[in-house]
Write a protein that binds this ligand. Sequence first.
Ligand code: SF4
Length: 356
Amino acid sequence: MKQEIIQDFTQAELSKLITPSFRAKQIYHWIYHKYATSFEEMKNLPKELKKTLNENYIIAPLKQVMVQNSKDGSKKYLFELHDGHTVEAVLLLMKNKQYHEDGSVKHQERYTVCISSQVGCKVGCAFCLTAKGGFMRNLTAGEIIEQVRLIKKENAIDANRRVNLVYMGMGEPLDNLKEVVQSVKIFSEEEGMAIARHRQTISTSGLSSKIERLGKMELGINLAISLHAVDDELRQKLMPINKAYNIASIIKAVKNFPINDRKRVMFEYLVIKDVNDDMHSAKKLLSLLDGIKAKVNLIYFNPYGGTEFKRPSDKDMKKFQEYLTSRGLHCTIRESKGLDISAACGQLREQELENK
Ligand code: SF4
């Protein structure tokens, strides 16, 4: 009989599969609060139930095979799936300072986990190493969930500690819509990791029809769009998917997307030297986003061996940013988090494959 991954199920679904149903809550607690990796550890479950669980379910679908530590505290993980494929996830540690009216300064640490949704990817972006390996398969919801659970466990992050999630690792999340949506629901389960929907961001290369579908589901999640170019010709070169979903269709879909009052749609703009770092591009970007509650994230292109693209200068990045912010658009420059650990998606996996 085929065993299923127990993390594939919401608590309500699990309670229909387990008898008696109240045990589902206990199992959830063991998995997501005590980070159990075997059913044997679940001390308050009867022997018979543990036996049934062992026969029907897998609780450890991923195995950590590599971790790289960055000087800035980021960690990049490579996980092996049960069929031998590998995926990456990154733990980012953001350190913030909060200045209070009484003059005190509070240091805050925020965790963000960047997760994969597919093994490989069909989208084929020119700047992406994941794309070069082709597409293998979709991850199940449980395999997506497990990346975060293992990272929390490994870093002894308390179960109640807030973390943010970004579906921005390997794969195009909207190309695996069903499992991604299921994982969003499981992540936000109160008895599970309780990661609020507004702390979850789906980052897409811009599959407009799927953005529309996702919007209609009213999940309360955030949206990020990898735009990277302001005209179709260049975008098509960088992201061939643009042939099917051009910039105008993406902008239209975003305008229809339900956005939390306190949130903005994030537009990722990977800045590449002499390709899209000029003022003409900045001007066009501003006019494209007119009428959208948008935020732009300028990302330094992070060169890797064999690429023709180059990292932009700090001066050009600043100039680009200033142009946008001076005209009222929220715009940040992505800190080069994890620069020394090959943080672009697909790079760690590529290294591992080369070593095999
Ligand atoms: S950048 Fe993302 S969407 Fe594009 S090919 Fe790579 S994994 Fe796929």
